[in-house]
Design a protein around this ligand. Structure first.
Ligand code: PHE
Length: 373
């Protein structure tokens, strides 16, 4: 609303007070209506212009005021001037481009603008792969178990039938916590090299029958390259009951692979060795990239190295020596049997998403990770 400067006939204290309060309110109202730089300049001149600006007009009124009212009028006028000047100055800030130019700041907020959208993130491809695999086993009735990443030698090795100084320990490239020379070997802390210690920890807590799946991070002293990282992820499984056979192992894993990779994949089991399983095997799936032919058109299939098969996991029947360590909790090796398996989630994610360097998973480059958002 346009403001017209008052013309006084009555200079009483109360009239002056009200007149100046009205002027102040009018200024505030006018300022709130300003929406652009152009409007701002008009508003500023309306109040501040030397020639005929509102403050100048009021000043002219002051000159005409009777002597007795001058003091009171003058005080109000000064106060209004200060208020108007400081408000107008307060709306300026030096622009940040260094030009020293004044830019106007507006207090008004456009509530119809959409808010600032915060990126909510997405599941990391390795975690996504791991969760999908875990889900396959959950649907078979498995529950999820976990355990510590900083583990003792006892759980990582001894109770898994790696005797002290056994050469099989060397294959694990273990990272030990330093300064533990004074401790008994079984108490020494290390970064777990596999998720298998959680087999023992769970059997200590839960009596048979059990069916568990264990996702988690593991560490090995491997130099980083396209297929190795000192930290990676495994998914472990363990089933213990009476009369579990190698046939159960094969049937379970064959079903899980078909569920995960698609019903056309085949599985193949080849003899292997792990101290904690006997017999032990490596399981391969027919290459889900070339369909098992070893070729992609005229080109050789690289992920399966032209063999038509991809190694996915290690597995086997739980070694009776392992049950001996948890015998007191109902795992008498003469009464129960079981199978176990362990696979690398990172490797499966590499194959599944056609990524050729495991390092990309851990460098935190948002441009790479956004592909899964
Ligand atoms: N823990 C083994 C590894 O890390 C994998 C495995 C798990 C093998 C369970 C057999 C049974 O290589």
């Amino acid at each position: 609303m346009a403001y017209t400067v008052f013309k006084l006939t009555d200079y009483s204290a109360s009239t002056l007070l009200k007149t100046f309060a009205d002027a102040k309110l009018a200024f505030g109202d006018g300022m709130r209506e300003v929406k652009s730089e152009a409007e701002w300049k008009v508003f500023r001149d309306l109040w501040m212009a030397r020639k005929n600006g509102i403050l100048t007009q009021i000043n002219d009124q002051f000159k005409k005021a009777p002597k007795e009212a001058k003091r009171e009028f003058g005080q109000h006028l000064n106060e209004l001037k200060q208020y108007v000047e400081s408000e107008i100055d307060g709306r300026h800030k030096f622009s940040e481009d260094g030009s020293g130019q004044l830019a106007v700041q507006f207090e008004s907020v456009d509530i119809s603008l959409p808010g600032v959208r915060r990126p909510i993130g997405a599941e990391h491809p390795v975690i996504k792969t791991s969760n999908e695999m875990v889900r396959v086993f959950q649907k078979l009735g498995y529950s999820v178990a976990d355990g510590p990443v900083v583990e003792t030698d006892y759980y990582n090795f001894e109770a898994l039938n790696f005797p002290p100084n056994h050469p099989a320990r060397d294959t694990q490239d273990t990272l030990f916590i330093s300064g533990q020379e004074g401790k008994a070997q079984r108490e020494r802390l290390l970064l777990r090299t596999h998720t298998s210690p959680v087999q023992i920890r769970t059997m200590e807590k839960m009596r048979p029958p059990i069916r568990i799946v264990i996702p988690g991070t593991v560490h090995r002293n491997d130099p980083a390259d396209a297929s190795h990282s000192p930290m990676f992820h495994q998914i472990e499984g363990l089933a213990v009951d009476t009369n579990i056979t190698f046939g159960d192992l094969k049937g379970t894993l064959d079903h899980a692979m078909k569920e995960f990779f698609g019903s056309s994949v085949k599985t193949s089991f080849r003899p292997s060795f792990f101290p904690f399983t006997e017999p032990s095997a490596e399981m391969f799936v027919s290459c889900f990239i070339c369909g098992g032919s070893g070729k992609r058109g005229a080109e050789p299939c690289r992920p399966c190295k032209q063999t038509g098969w991809i190694e996915i996991l290690g597995c086997g029947m739980v070694d009776p020596n392992v049950f001996e360590f948890v015998k007191d909790n109902g795992y008498d090796p003469r009464k129960v049997s079981g199978f176990a398996f362990g696979m690398g989630a990172d490797r499966i994610a590499l194959l599944k998403y056609g990524v050729d360097d495991i390092q990309l998973f851990f460098q935190g480059d948002v441009r790479f990770l956004q592909q899964w958002a």
